[in-house]
Ligand binder design. Structure first.
Ligand SMILES: Nc1ncnc2c1ncn2[C@@H]1O[C@H](COP(=O)(O)OP(=O)(O)O)[C@@H](O)[C@H]1O
Ligand SMILES: [Mg+2]
Length: 367
């Protein structure tokens, strides 16, 4: 069992506040991902949980017990860093065993745990090598193995895959997910990569400048981002945004107009909006339909044909750049005029004054 609760946590570095009162509950067995741009406080928050940074305010609880004052080694957590931090002069086996020898674990118990971890992480054949005789992926497996052998209540990962090449990152992503599935431990994982967040998390926590913007299941955040920041952060290529003015707002939907006079309709509640208000319309690349007629005319700027699907980069009459993700291949060429269809059920709307999303009355799911 390991429920981790953050209750109004604050971190000050001198006069500078890095974490501004973060509250969050991470359930037992949950895979929780902290994601956000560089400098938003992900590592700081993780290190506060780990006991590597003092907590300036608020309370941190594990299984209901306050641990603010507890030392890192007493919290029952194990952390994996981006820089594997292996001992270069020790073999893989010695690296794995070292932490356990330090706390005087019996020899046969160390052997059992090292063998189990090595089997689980498929590093059995490298046990007698030194770190410099391993590839980056193998080294990262050893670093994870060193956390596994400690049998912690909670695993903490700080950007563990950032030093690996793209292909290996995908493989390791899958391996960490299956490790979580097998062990069932609570895991807290920090990344700036929204694809890792979407694919690995039970719960994503989006951070910005030391506060939580939104926390929830990946697809809930994807389908119902609470504000323009979350909408733009999750999804690649990112959501298209168009500056608009409200024409009319009803409970069942809102009509808006862009600078070139094109009108759009969004299936969102118009609560608190009035004609003339500034807003930002949002639509994801995969929801922007490109047709031969209808919709709004756009000029094709460039095309990427990947074979299985295509990306169309185009521009509206108002000069706004849009990206469309099309299934399959397209005959469109640079300079062509195409027609972009904005279906109301797939269209988001954000208030101009504070960036908050208007609640969606219908959420069209990707098909
Ligand atoms: N030891 C420190 N002293 C002063 N400021 C720090 C220290 N560590 C981090 N910060 C600041 O706290 C903020 C959050 O940093 P960090 O948690 O490392 O961000 P992230 O991991 O999301 O990239 C940044 O503004 C950073 O400059
Ligand atoms: Mg960091």
């Amino acid at each position: 069992m390991a429920v981790v609760e953050l209750d109004n946590l604050v971190k000050d570095y001198g006069d500078v506040r890095a974490i501004h009162g973060v509250s969050l509950r991470i359930d037992d067995g949950e895979f929780c991902v902290f994601v956000g741009p560089s400098g938003c406080g992900k590592s700081t928050l993780l290190r506060m949980i780990a006991g590597l940074e003092d907590i300036s305010g608020g309370e941190l609880r594990i299984d209901g017990a306050r641990v603010n004052e507890q030392r890192a080694s007493e919290r029952g957590l194990a952390m994996v860093f981006q820089t594997y931090a292996l001992y270069p002069h020790m073999t893989v086996r010695e690296n794995l065993a070292f932490g356990l020898e330090n706390i005087k674990t019996p020899k046969d118990e160390i052997k059992r745990r090292v063998d189990d971890a090595a089997r689980m992480l498929q590093i059995e054949t490298y046990l007698d090598r030194r770190p410099k005789q391993l590839s980056g992926g193998q080294r990262q497996r050893v670093a994870i193995g060193r956390a596994v052998v400690r049998e912690p209540r909670v695993f903490l990962f700080d950007e563990p895959l950032s030093n690996l090449d793209a292909e290996l990152r995908v493989v390791m992503r899958g391996e960490i997910s299956s490790l979580h599935h097998r062990l069932g431990n609570t895991m807290i994982y920090v990344t700036h990569d929204q694809v890792e967040a979407m694919t690995m998390a039970d719960k994503i926590v989006v951070l910005r400048a030391g506060i939580i913007e939104q926390a929830g299941a990946p697809l809930d955040l994807y389908n119902r981002p609470v504000n323009q920041f979350v909408a733009g952060f999750l999804g690649s290529p990112r959501m298209n945004f168009i500056e608009v003015t409200v024409v009319s707002a009803e409970a069942s939907g809102v009509t808006v107009r862009d600078a070139a006079g094109n009108e759009y309709r969004a299936s969102v509640t118009g609560d608190g909006l009035a004609g003339g208000d500034a807003a930002t319309l949002g639509i994801r690349p995969e929801h922007l339909d490109i047709a031969e007629t209808g919709g709004h005319p756009v000029t094709v700027l460039s095309i990427e044909q990947l074979g299985g699907d295509s990306y169309l980069y185009c521009e509206t009459k108002a000069g706004t750049k849009l990206t469309a993700h099309l299934a399959g291949q397209t005959a469109l060429k640079r300079g062509d005029t195409a027609h972009a269809l904005f279906r109301p059920d797939f269209t988001h709307l954000f208030r101009g004054d504070n960036g908050l999303a208007l609640a969606r009355t219908v959420v069209g799911e990707a098909v």
